[in-house]
Design a protein around this ligand. Structure first.
Ligand SMILES: NC(=O)c1ccc[n+]([C@@H]2O[C@H](COP(=O)([O-])OP(=O)(O)OC[C@H]3O[C@@H](n4cnc5c(N)ncnc54)[C@H](O)[C@@H]3O)[C@@H](O)[C@H]2O)c1
Length: 325
């Protein structure tokens, strides 16, 4: 097949491109290289089945041309990460809402099988654990810009489901939980690469708050396998799925584990949220996915545990000490 991957020069996108090329497909990555990078797609540039189109996702003529030329579309391009959202709220909203609207409009026009990347952030401050797809979302007030990301992705989900209902668009939506692996950058507050890098360089690992907030980390290769399986399952169209790993760890324990596995002498330092972000920053204590639905539809089962995930990031940074932050 010919497959369009928006955000294909990003972290998850470039792992997806690797997997699609390995499966024998032709791939076009459309990306503005804002948080993605040329380096991520460099390994594919000699492959005649790969093309990179550098443009903004709101460039409607380019998106139309590439959607029309494709059999399937994975839409991953987005402004990603809590810090970026807080720093550039206007850009975030434009990319994540307007950009998705452009993609969905042309996917509906040409009736292309579509994948929409959403996020666990749509659950917001929900305190029920684990999070199931039918749970309510509990977002904070609009005066706290961090909620703009989850809210924009919610609008994307509503739009995708509306295109499915009104225009028959075959679209599957997956809410990624923290996805980690080789090549992820720590620039926008991604915790695992930041901790690994600090440990390897002998710097303090900076834990925000008391460190007892917990998260679940999925390996990017497991997540990519889940994405491809969902796109191949017709029953998944018009449905929303959690995708990630349900092994829970506190951020304090994560930091300790990374110090231990790198053999580092780094210390762990606790920083109040107000100092790390801005005053009034809100975070959630726990975020665990219920994976029953994706398991039932495509037999999804994560294969990599937290230690494998940490080790893969350590190995990446040991081999790429000059990787951009
Ligand atoms: N990594 C995670 O833990 C995680 C968790 C939840 C959801 N997601 C979602 O997964 C998708 C991929 O995220 P990622 O972790 O690979 O991040 P990433 O920043 O590496 O990937 C996003 C890609 O989109 C591109 N992009 C951004 N704005 C663009 C624009 N206006 N036009 C064209 N391209 C643009 C970036 O250059 C980048 O290559 C995103 O939709 C994100 O919201 C990721």
């Amino acid at each position: 097949m010919k497959i369009l991957v928006t955000g294909g020069a990003g972290f998850i996108g470039s792992h997806l491109v690797t997997s699609l090329l390995a499966a024998g497909h032709e791939v076009c990555a459309l990306d503005d290289l804002s948080t993605g990078s040329y380096k991520n797609v460099q390994p594919f540039l000699d492959d005649s089945r790969f093309r990179l189109v550098v443009t903004d996702i709101v460039d409607a003529p380019a998106v139309e041309r590439e959607v029309r030329a494709a059999d399937q579309v994975y839409h991953l391009a987005a402004a990603v990460g809590v810090r970026l959202i807080v720093d550039e709220p206007v850009k975030t909203l434009a990319t994540n809402i307007q950009g998705t609207e452009v993609v969905l409009e042309y996917c509906a026009k040409y009736h292309r099988q579509t994948f929409l990347a959403s996020t666990s952030e749509v659950y917001g401050k929900l305190e029920t654990t684990p999070f199931s797809e039918e749970n309510a979302s509990v977002l904070g007030p609009t005066t706290k810009s961090r909620w703009a990301y989850g809210c924009a992705k919610m609008v994307d989900e509503f739009l995708a489901l509306a295109y499915h209902a009104d225009r028959g668009l075959p679209v599957v939506i997956a809410r990624f939980f923290n996805t980690v692996g080789p090549g992820q950058r720590g620039r926008y507050g991604m915790v695992v690469p930041n901790f690994v890098r600090a440990a390897l360089e002998g710097r303090d690992l900076e834990v925000h708050g008391d460190g007892l907030q917990s998260r679940c980390f999925g390996h990017v290769e497991d997540v990519v396998r889940g994405m491809v399986a969902l796109m191949a399952e017709p029953r998944a169209n018009g449905q929303v799925f959690n995708l990630g790993n349900d092994e829970e760890v506190s951020i304090k324990a994560l930091a300790e584990r990374i110090v231990e596995r790198t053999g580092s002498s780094s210390r762990i330092r606790y920083i109040p949220y107000e100092q790390a972000y801005s005053s009034g920053f809100e975070d959630m204590r726990q975020r665990v996915p219920c994976l029953d639905k994706v398991r039932e539809y495509v037999g999804y089962q994560p294969t990599q545990n937290l230690d494998n995930i940490i080790d893969s990031v350590i190995e990446y940074y040991r081999n790429n000490p000059d990787a951009p932050r």
